[in-house]
Design a protein. Structure first.
Length: 276
């Protein structure tokens, strides 16, 4: 099902690309750095410094990654990334917590920049470990965590600190242990308490607003202003509107105020700009 969603997304992308100018891919080719260094290099290239990462879907899209959601029935697939020619695609499961979705997006970015060139194997436990470490470093830069979190932090301090980087409590606990802010005993103790509080499988009192696509929203608002409805696009692709909606983060599209339902100008592409 996940593979089928990938095929459909590629078809939709081709349809959109004929009508809009989308951001060009801007993923660095990094050779073979370790995940920590790779995350720092991408942050530097994208001008993030040590600040908390913004909306991850918007960030990926601003740098040319095409981001789609997976159907709700694909629960066993957290996320995956694939390159189609020079165009990178990322697919995210929207049934996870918002914090988990941010981490999944960062992890797939790690796969694209570290494993997309074929210089490293892109499958297997080692590649997954590298991508997870990249995501941890990308979302929680070492300098930022060391500057905000105290050594030996208790669970309540971790729950307060995770809001800075919009990550899960477990992810921040792991990162602090990796950076030497928690001893092995403190790490195990905090993980046990977080698990008892329900943070192993959920994120109580976590983020509520899911990160969704900015590009797809702009595209379909632009199409609607030209008289093209989402159902029209689905018909051209040979799928139902519901099937298409499943890969568009379940967005509901309405015409832009004052658009007046203008007809399509088939001779020109619509310019699509993004605010980073």
């Amino acid at each position: 099902m996940a593979r089928a969603a990938g095929t459909l997304a590629a078809q939709l992308y081709d349809w959109i690309d004929e009508r809009f100018r989308l951001p060009e891919p801007d993923l660095p080719s990094l050779g073979k750095p370790d995940p920590e260094t790779a995350a720092e290099m991408v942050r530097t290239r994208w001008g993030l410094g040590n600040a908390p990462a913004p909306n991850m879907v918007h960030l990926l899209e601003a740098h040319g990654v095409r981001v789609f959601s997976l159907p709700p029935d694909s629960l066993e697939v957290d996320a995956f990334a694939v390159g189609r020619g020079s165009t990178p695609f990322v697919f995210l499961n929207t049934m996870k917590t918002v914090e988990r979705g941010r981490f999944d997006a960062a992890r797939e970015l790690g796969h694209l920049v570290m494993h997309g060139s074929g210089e490293r194997p892109c499958t297997g436990p080692e590649a997954e470990r590298q991508a997870n470490d990249f995501a941890s470093a990308f979302l929680m830069p070492a300098a930022s965590v060391l500057g905000h979190m105290p050594a030996g932090a208790r669970v309540d301090q971790i729950l307060e600190g995770k809001r800075i980087w919009k990550v899960s409590a477990m992810a921040l606990t792991y990162r602090m242990h990796d950076l030497g802010l928690l001893t092995d005993w403190q790490y195990r103790s905090n993980c046990a308490e977080l698990s008892a509080r329900g943070y192993r499988t959920d994120e109580p009192q976590g983020l509520k607003k899911r990160e969704t696509s900015q590009v797809l929203t702009k595209v379909f608002q632009g199409l609607w202003s030209r008289g093209i409805r989402p159902g029209d696009v689905a018909d051209e692709l040979g799928v139902t509107a519901d099937e298409m909606g499943e890969m568009l983060f379940g967005m509901t599209f309405t015409p832009e105020q004052g658009s007046g339902g203008r007809p399509v100008d088939s001779e020109s592409k619509g310019a699509l700009s993004l605010v980073r």
